[in-house]
Design a protein around this ligand. Sequence first.
Ligand code: PMV
Length: 369
Amino acid sequence: MENKWLNEAFKGEVPSGFQGKVSWASPSNIALVKYWGKKEKQIPQNPSISFTLSECRSETFISCEKADRFGFSFFFEDKENPAFGAKIEKFLLENQAFFPFINQLNLKVESRNTFPHSSGIASSASSMSAFVMCLLDLERSLSLRSLRPIEGSKGRPLDINSQKASYFSRLASGSAARSVFPSMALWGATDCYKDSSDEYAVSLENDIHPVFKTYRDSILIVSGEQKSVSSRAGHALMEGNPYAPARYAQANDNIKTLLAALKSGDLDTFINITESEALQLHALMMCSSPSYILMKPNTLNLINEIREFRQETKIPLCFTLDAGPNVHLLYPESEAEKVEYYIKNVLADYCARDRWIADHVGEGPKKLQ
Ligand code: PMV
């Protein structure tokens, strides 16, 4: 795969006086089977499956002009932010063989999130995939301007290849690999899904029951504070975790079971796997060395409430957790009215300043300009 993208790289001269502008919005995603633990170069220890979200997204703008050498500045929500930009700059420098044209450009990257900054929602999946979409769009416009069609394009206009977008999003931030597809994506090689790969995610859009295409995710904000342990550190701690081999085996089994449930629309199995994966993720944190806990008391209160409500009403809602204290409440669109009433009247009391975000399964990245 690496060779394919190296061969296809745009290696032409950036025309003198070139000025470019591209912008993309890309969503966050929420994993059902979790990616937790990785090998070199962002290769996952086990496959993962996620819903692509819609309302929680990053909007990224690149403006650039021809220059003698690589130039880079990064603005987050209208303020220059070298700390946030460092990850993108590092990604560009590490991958310049794939994007040699960056050495002839002065790039200004501006990014903002549609979700509140202090909501505790990780933005690396949305921001890195939005950035990669912009970068590939820029490459496309350069190769279209070039007199020599780039190798492999056979002279046809080059569309943004979602496999390539997923490949480079993965290198920028693991779970970002899954954000470039509509509805649902699978990232990581598994025997039970043809063409699955550790290097990029694949779309599950055509392999899921219609109920999942409009699923709701109400994100209950228990705390908007920065997490005490980053995901990067969390992945690294899996290396010494005595339960790691059992976890990876179980994740593989869960992928198989979940894929079948997604296809048939089996909500009971979906709920079992999704909740067990969320609790397992946090159990792994509790038994790593050093151990740590990212759940808060209200995370547990919400979990208990949700389980009780499901038992009483038989409404098929369930929870999942990211690497943080906030609770993602997942349910079919057909139950939205009842569940939203329940959130406003019961669950919001457990949220920081009664805050929750109404999100739903979305369509993937969108070009803005
Ligand atoms: O993509 P990263 O390195 O931020 O890791 C994401 C890890 C989880 O969000 C906890 C799980 C997942 O699969 O998204």
